[in-house]
Design a protein around this ligand. Sequence first.
Ligand code: GLP
Length: 232
Amino acid sequence: MVEKYANLSLVLAELIREQLQAKPDSCLGLPTGRTPLGCYQILSTWSANNQLDWSQARCFQLDDYIDVQEEFSFHQYLQDNLYRFTNVNPKNTFNPRHIADYDEQIASLGGLDLAILGIGLNGHIAFNEPGTPVASWTHSMFLTEATRDANSEFFPDENEIPTRAVTMGIQTILGSRRLVLVASGESKRDILEMALHGAVTVDVPASFLQKHDNLLVLTDFDINTEQLRAEP
Ligand code: GLP
């Protein structure tokens, strides 16, 4: 499976490189979590070797925790795993926790060109947990126990696991001109199957991606990645 994850990471890194080469001032939606780490390692190597120019790129993290020690924040995650290896302008790295109107900030810079999404085991995208309406913009919310548990390994003890986060909304995400959804590991098979081929429902926020007309799904396991075409 490792070579498959390595291949998934390389394909994703090449997509981002192509986007930046085609449009150097691209507005990118960047995910966190385990899945994109291999891709970020590749992008970091290319960037450190001056093979990738981020000087005009605008980077929007999808989400961040609210009640979190900075060292465990997604802002720090991106700083540690990507930004510090690149020539991105810190003024062009955006965090929804620091900006009062994130959607206005995105719109003022021309909208997202490419957003990369992971998928949570409960079908969340960014931190849009089950029950989030499709007509949602950037908002803060309480994390489900399932999500807190899934991310507990990143915290020294359970008292440090955040309870609240701020996230791009479903509409914010669907507003991106291109979407890439990445899923790694057999544990994501069932939820991805539901998201792509099941009903479009608030119970599985990733199912709203069926509405998008430019979605690419990348996985390191065999699954039919053609999404059903939901009503636009
Ligand atoms: C977190 C993040 C999501 C991410 C999900 C899956 O909740 N907010 O953006 O997609 O977890 O993470 P992983 O890739 O570690 O499975």
